[in-house]
Design a protein around this ligand. Structure first.
Ligand code: FEO
Ligand code: CA
Ligand code: CA
Length: 648
């Protein structure tokens, strides 16, 4: 028997009809905060009808007014096995694992991972994360698969798998170079054969490895600023490499966006003296040595020797995959944070809007609104170099109206924002962008529970974000409603009047992840919202992406010990949600000690590509090769056995 969930009873505690109830909530919330005059009106009231409660209500009452479910597959159970599992009627295969050669003259993968730096530079990198399929001539059978290689697994200076049989010690220049070549991005030309098998087109002119050594340009307002200049680059416009490319984005003009996340972890010092300034501490540079140990061989990773080098990382990097000789561009107008991903939408006037999260406990959500407009088939190459960067403030709803609220976008503009105009720490807009986090702190943005991926609904423009967890939170607020939040939540917002460039929005919480297996008392917020059940329980939502029909795919990067608070949750997984009913079903489970991340489709949505990252990060996997092999991150290709749309 279904028990009334506390969140249901709280939200439905009136005798008015549901719409009347929520309309009155929104009106009261508006009048308290004066949002009516900003034009957030009826559409928002409809958007907010039924926060957290809808799925349980649909189940209980058999509400026939709901549209048919978008979820056409049977949910699967958890798994703790060292393998992948996918819903019945689907097939999943391993593709382009770490070490796969991209050229006929490249060294073949060695199962003991003993390849050197030169070999790694011609092979697929490590720890796959963001991914995007760029079709060639809109084909469902041929395109460029672009993959981020976020990092390589290392703990306490000991690389877990990268050097395989060789081990981390002795630490050498070649091992440093191999680690750098395992980072970056792969551009891979792929083709589907007559038998339906996807293959890499070796030696394609498009095949390319971008690494931590590839030359790039800094563009936009912060390029050339004194804080960007180094001994190797007096212009402040040329930089070597991209680091820690986590999630990704893409643009309507067919470029790829690689997002630099934990760049700070590559910068330390061998000097024995902690000389970090306030900004370097805010971004988390290491006081002394780093886990990666690159600073021992390459001076630019030692912040005492080259204090400005770290300012040249933490950006969004635009890559043209169709021009293999193009120079990747770090777009400084989009701010310097620990970028998770970048999700675009086009405003009605064709300005491009890009939503972004900064993945750190108590950091922020941002959006960039371009100055120029997108021109289909035109030259959009400067579009990401001028615009306004905003940071989000989520206002609390009244306590009786939890999980619903209003919000505002605050411009991080040295001239237009009075707080920043008066703040002597920022001489000009370039410094606001280089120290985006400090500027966002100054204007009072809302500290979130680790913003990870953002995704925009393809039909209605609603924006969803994973807030993965925040076990250190001590003060709850409406948008981050749990202290010591170990499970995470997905929050969504709707821009005022559906205008992506608006500076006001309304939000609600789509799901509070939780564990009703462990926390059977559903008055405990740890049991999750009503759309969390013993059958779909998960923790730490991270990867997130809509398909073209509006299914919301949710990927996890959480605790996988399957005990205690995580009992009954198994390995990391991918689930699928219906945004209307809010029902969530488990679709896929990864191997031991991995995370599931990255999502893209062929244009017909009949082939899905996702990534398995860091299988065996704690040393306990031999996936996918089995035996005693070194585990490898890899792409997974999923198809439906009847040839249909994934998830349908
Ligand atoms: Fe690279 Fe925040 O995940
Ligand atoms: Ca992530
Ligand atoms: Ca994560």
């Amino acid at each position: 028997m279904h028990k009334i969930h506390p969140l249901d009873s709280e939200d439905l505690a009136t005798n008015t009809s549901e719409n009347e109830h929520f309309q009155s909530i929104v009106q009261r919330a508006h009048s308290r905060r004066g949002f009516l005059k900003s034009g957030v009106g009826l559409s928002a009231a409809l958007f907010l009808a039924g926060p957290l409660a809808a799925y349980a209500k649909t189940q209980d009452k058999g509400d026939t007014a709901q549209p048919p479910s978008l979820l056409g597959f049977q949910a699967i159970p958890i798994s703790t096995d060292d393998t992948i599992s996918v819903a019945a009627g689907y097939s999943a295969s391993v593709f382009a694992p770490w070490g796969t050669p991209l050229f006929t003259d490249a060294t073949s993968w060695k199962s003991d991972a003993s390849d050197d730096a030169a070999a790694q530079a011609r092979q697929v990198g490590d720890n796959h994360d963001g991914i995007h399929f760029f079709p060639i001539n809109n084909s469902n059978n041929e395109g460029l698969l672009v993959i981020n290689h976020e990092y390589t697994t290392v703990e306490d200076g000991d690389y877990t798998w990268l050097f395989g049989a060789n081990g981390t010690l002795p630490w050498t220049a070649d091992k440093t170079a191999k680690a750098m070549n395992a980072h970056g991005v792969s551009v891979i030309h792929i083709v589907r054969s007559q038998t339906g098998t996807w293959e890499i087109k070796l030696d394609s002119k498009y095949n390319r490895r971008i690494t931590a050594s590839t030359e790039m340009m800094l563009t936009g307002p912060a390029a050339g600023n004194d804080l960007m200049k180094t001994r190797a680059d007096s212009s402040g416009t040329r930089v070597l490499g991209t680091l820690n490319n986590c999630g990704n984005g893409w643009t309507p003009w067919n470029t790829y966006l690689a997002c630099e996340e934990n760049f700070n972890t590559y910068f330390g010092t061998t000097s024995g003296t902690d000389t970090r300034n306030a900004a370097q501490k805010r971004y988390g540079l290491a006081a002394a040595s780093t886990n990666y140990r690159w600073e021992e061989f390459i001076d630019r990773f030692d912040y005492v020797k080259e204090p400005n080098e770290s300012n040249r990382f933490g950006w969004i990097v635009e890559i043209d995959p169709f021009n293999p000789t193009s120079t990747p561009k770090k777009r400084t107008a989009l701010g310097r944070i620990k970028h998770e991903n970048a999700a675009y939408t086009l405003a009605s006037d064709q300005r491009i809007v890009i939503y972004m999260g900064d993945d750190q406990r108590d950091d922020y959500i941002y959006k960039f609104v371009s100055e120029g407009i997108y021109q289909e088939g035109g030259d959009n190459s400067a579009l990401l170099d001028a615009g306004t960067l905003y940071v989000a403030k989520f206002n609390d709803g009244p306590t009786s109206e939890a999980y619903v609220g209003t919000g505002e976008w605050i411009a991080l503009d040295k001239t237009a924002n009075a707080i920043l105009a008066a703040d002597a720490r920022f001489t000009n807009q370039a410094e606001v962008l280089i120290h985006t986090r400090l500027a966002a702190d100054a204007v009072g943005a809302t500290k979130m529970d680790r913003p990870e991926w953002v995704s925009v609904h393809p039909n209605n423009g609603d924006v969803y974000v994973t807030l993965t967890n925040n076990d250190k939170r001590t003060i709850a607020d409406a948008a981050n409603p749990r202290t010591a939040n170990i499970y995470g939540q997905i929050l969504r917002w709707r821009e005022a009047q559906g205008d992506a460039t608006a500076t006001a929005f309304e939000w609600d919480i789509f799901v509070l992840a939780g564990n009703p297996v462990k926390h059977t008392d559903r008055s405990n917020l740890k049991s999750g919202s009503a759309n969390i059940t013993v059958d779909n329980t998960f923790n730490s939502p991270d990867g997130l992406g809509f398909d073209k029909d509006g299914r919301l795919w949710i990927q996890t990067d959480g605790k996988y010990n399957n005990t205690g608070d995580y009992e009954g949750q198994g390995n990391n997984q991918m689930l699928c949600a219906d945004p209307v009913s809010k029902e969530i079903r488990r679709f896929f489970v990864g191997p031991k000690e991995c995370e599931v991340t990255g999502i893209t489709f062929t244009p017909d949505s009949k082939t899905m590509f996702i990534n398995i990252q860091h299988p065996g990060e704690a040393g306990n996997s031999h996936w996918p090769d089995g035996g005693k092999s070194v585990p490898r991150s890899a792409t997974i290709i999923i198809t439906k056995d009847d040839g249909g749309v994934i998830g349908s």
